[in-house]
Design a protein around this ligand. Structure first.
Ligand code: ZN
Length: 197
């Protein structure tokens, strides 16, 4: 049953502010969080590591704007320690999500950060360090949003040499055109974008 033990699942930014009702909602965010919970309930043992990333802003320079362009500037979101920065409660539908996790990687403390590889755990370990320390060779990526943080994390994972697979049904994008561009860019970089689970 179990596939490669050298595989990690990276759950990108499934936070309240990126789901319906949040300050920067991605349509389908709630459904992605529920889908990730279902997927984890069925596939936890397929992975050596489960890592969640989170947008975790303290002073993110010009990342926030009251007149956001939704490309480089955004409504205020995922401020560290606030309810909006918490993981979606939909992730807990089969039991506490955080109990499934081997690590939480926070990014964006002092500047915008789209890739999980720009973040660190509270004790200062990078995502790449966590993966290397567990001899991970391939990663599956799910979460929000397809066209920003999923894309950036997948491109970095590929760049760092991991066999990288994005489980598209467990992602949602900010906008259809940028999502299509993101899928194309990921595939051109060598990322496998898996259309069905
Ligand atoms: Zn952000």
């Amino acid at each position: 049953m179990a596939s490669s033990p050298l595989r990690a699942l990276i759950v990108v930014d499934c936070q309240r502010d990126f789901c319906e009702g949040g300050s920067l909602p991605v349509t389908g965010g709630d459904a992605v969080a529920s889908g990730v919970a279902d997927f984890l309930a069925a596939h936890r043992t397929d992975y050596r590591l489960i890592i969640a990333t989170r947008d975790w802003h303290i002073h993110p320079e010009h990342h926030f704007s009251t007149h956001p362009d939704f490309i480089d500037t955004w409504p205020k979101h995922c401020v560290a320690g606030t309810a909006g920065a918490e993981f979606s409660p939909n992730l807990d539908s089969h039991g506490p999500f955080v109990q499934c996790l081997d690590a939480i990687v926070s990014k964006g403390r002092e500047s915008a950060a789209y890739s999980g590889f720009q973040g660190t755990t509270d004790d200062g370990r990078s995502l790449n360090r966590l993966l290397k320390d567990s001899d991970i060779t391939s990663v599956d990526i799910v979460g929000l949003a397809t066209d920003f943080c999923v894309k950036a994390t997948a491109l970095d994972a590929e760049k760092y040499g991991y066999a990288t697979n994005v489980l598209l049904p467990l992602t949602a994008g900010v906008a259809p055109d940028t999502t299509a561009e993101a899928i194309s860019a990921m595939e051109q970089a060598g990322v496998h974008v898996q259309a069905a689970i």
